[in-house]
Design a protein around this ligand. Structure first.
Ligand SMILES: Cc1cc2nc3c(=O)[nH]c(=O)nc-3n(C[C@H](O)[C@H](O)[C@H](O)COP(=O)(O)OP(=O)(O)OC[C@H]3O[C@@H](n4cnc5c(N)ncnc54)[C@H](O)[C@@H]3O)c2cc1C
Ligand code: SF4
Length: 327
C-alpha cells in the first residue's frame, strides 16, 4: 500500500471542497476500497473519511417513496420494516450479498461504487484495460467463467458485482449527488457505464461529487417482488446469475413488470425486453420463458461462460414463478 494523507470531514461542504483534486478518494465502510489499496489497484494520495456526515437516515417521502442516505449500512437498509414491506426485492438482494459482518460495515454509496471481481483485475501480473487502460483484456481469451454475457465490449467483459444495485435498477431508483457546482439527480440506468472503449470509466460521477442519497419511487406493487441469486455456494459468494422481479396483476393479467439481472451484465442490467413481453400477458410458464428468451436475445458468451445464458433464463423464470405463480 502506498502512503496517503488521511483527513476526516465533519460536514458535506468540507468533504466536497476537499474532493476536487486528483487522487482524492472518500472512504465509507472501507470494505472494498481498503482491499484495493492493499493490492495497489487503488492508490489515493488522500483519503477523506465521510463517516461523520449526516447521511445515515432512511425516510419515507410524501409521495410514498423512500430516501436512503448514502451512509446507511447495508444491514440497516435490509432490515428496515418499510423496505421489507414496500420493496422486498431490495431487502432480499442486500441480504444475499457478502456476510453479516460486511453488511454491517458496507454503505449504500460504497455498494454503488464497488468494483468488479474479475480475477485478472486483482492480479498484478495480467494485462487489464480496466486497471491499466490500453494494456489489453486477459479475460476475453482467458478463464472467463464468471464474466459477463450482456453489455460486453472488445476491451472488457467484467461483471458488475453488486446485488443491491440489481434491485435498485429494477425499481428505477434515482441517485442524488452533490459537487462543487451543485446537485444532480441521476436516473439509475444512467449512473453505471458500459465498458465500451473506456472500461476504466465505470460511472458518471464526477471527481468532486459525493453520493448523498438514493431515492426509490413509489411502486404500489413492489412489495410483491423477489430477488433470486444463483451462485457456486449458498452464502458469501457473488452471483453467477441473479434476477430481481416485481409484478403487478390486474384481472389475472400482468399489468406492470420490473425485471433486472445481476451476475451476467457489465452493469446492473434492467431487462426492458422482458418487461415488454410480460406486460399485458397472462402469468404462465410459457410467458415467463418467452420473457427470458427476449431478455437474453442479445447475450454473447465466451469460452467458459456459455452456461450463463440458460442459467439466467431459468433464474428469471423461477423468480417470476415465485412472485406471479402460474395460471
Ligand atoms: C469478501 C467480500 C464478499 C462480498 N460479497 C458481496 C456480494 O455477494 N454481493 C455484493 O453486492 N457485494 C459484495 N461485497 C462487496 C460489498 O458489498 C462492498 O465492498 C460494499 O458495499 C462497499 O461499501 P463500503 O461502504 O465499504 O465502500 P468503500 O470501500 O468505503 O468505498 C467503495 C468506493 O465507493 C466510494 N464511495 C463510498 N461512499 C461514497 C459516497 N457517498 N460518495 C462518493 N463515493 C463514495 C469510495 O471512494 C470507493 O471508491 C463483498 C465484499 C467482500 C470484501
Ligand atoms: S474483463 Fe475487464 S476487468 Fe477483467 S481483465 Fe478484462 S479488462 Fe480487466
Amino acid at each position: 500500500m502506498e502512503p496517503f494523507k488521511f483527513t476526516r470531514a465533519n460536514d458535506q461542504h468540507s468533504a466536497i471542497s476537499s474532493m476536487g483534486g486528483n487522487g482524492v478518494k472518500v472512504i465509507a465502510g472501507g470494505t472494498n476500497l481498503i482491499d484495493l489499496m492493499k493490492l495497489d489497484i487503488e492508490k489515493p494520495s488522500q483519503l477523506v473519511d465521510i463517516n461523520n456526515l449526516k447521511l445515515q437516515t432512511i425516510e419515507t417521502l410524501p409521495n410514498g417513496g423512500m430516501r436512503i442516505g448514502a451512509l446507511v449500512k447495508n444491514s440497516d437498509l435490509a432490515y428496515h420494516p418499510d423496505v421489507i414491506t414496500k420493496y422486498l426485492v431490495l431487502s432480499e438482494a442486500l441480504l444475499s450479498g457478502a456476510s453479516p459482518q460486511l453488511r454491517n460495515m458496507a454503505t449504500v454509496g460504497g455498494n454503488l461504487l464497488q468494483r468488479t471481481r474479475c480475477p485478472y483485475f486483482y492480479n498484478e501480473g495480467f494485462p487489464c484495460n480496466k486497471k491499466n487502460p490500453g494494456s489489453g483484456c486477459s479475460a476475453i481469451d482467458g478463464y472467463n467463467r464468471n464474466n459477463a454475457i450482456l453489455g460486453t465490449s472488445a476491451q472488457c467483459i467484467a461483471t458488475h458485482p453488486s446485488d443491491m444495485c440489481v434491485a435498485m435498477a429494477a425499481l428505477g431508483a434515482v441517485i442524488h449527488v452533490q459537487g462543487i457546482k451543485g446537485t444532480r439527480a441521476i436516473p439509475f440506468n444512467e449512473f453505471h457505464l458500459l465498458p465500451g472503449n473506456t472500461p476504466h470509466r465505470e460511472n458518471t460521477l464526477r471527481q468532486d461529487e459525493l453520493i448523498i442519497a438514493v431515492e426509490l419511487p413509489p411502486i404500489s406493487y413492489a412489495g410483491r417482488s423477489h430477488y433470486l441469486k444463483v451462485r457456486d455456494r449458498s452464502s458469501y459468494e457473488f452471483a453467477l446469475a441473479s434476477a430481481a422481479v416485481a409484478l403487478n396483476f390486474d384481472n389475472g393479467r400482468i399489468k406492470e413488470a420490473r425485471v433486472a439481472f445481476g451476475g451476467i451484465g457489465t452493469k446492473p442490467w434492467r431487462a426492458i425486453l422482458a418487461e415488454k413481453v410480460l406486460t399485458g400477458a397472462i402469468a404462465s410458464e410459457q410467458t415467463y420463458r418467452t420473457a427470458a428468451e427476449a431478455a437474453l436475445s442479445e447475450a454473447k458468451s465466451y469460452k467458459h461462460n456459455a452456461f450463463k445464458i440458460e442459467l439466467a433464463k431459468r433464474t428469471l423464470v423461477r423468480a417470476l414463478t415465485t412472485v406471479g405463480g402460474m395460471s
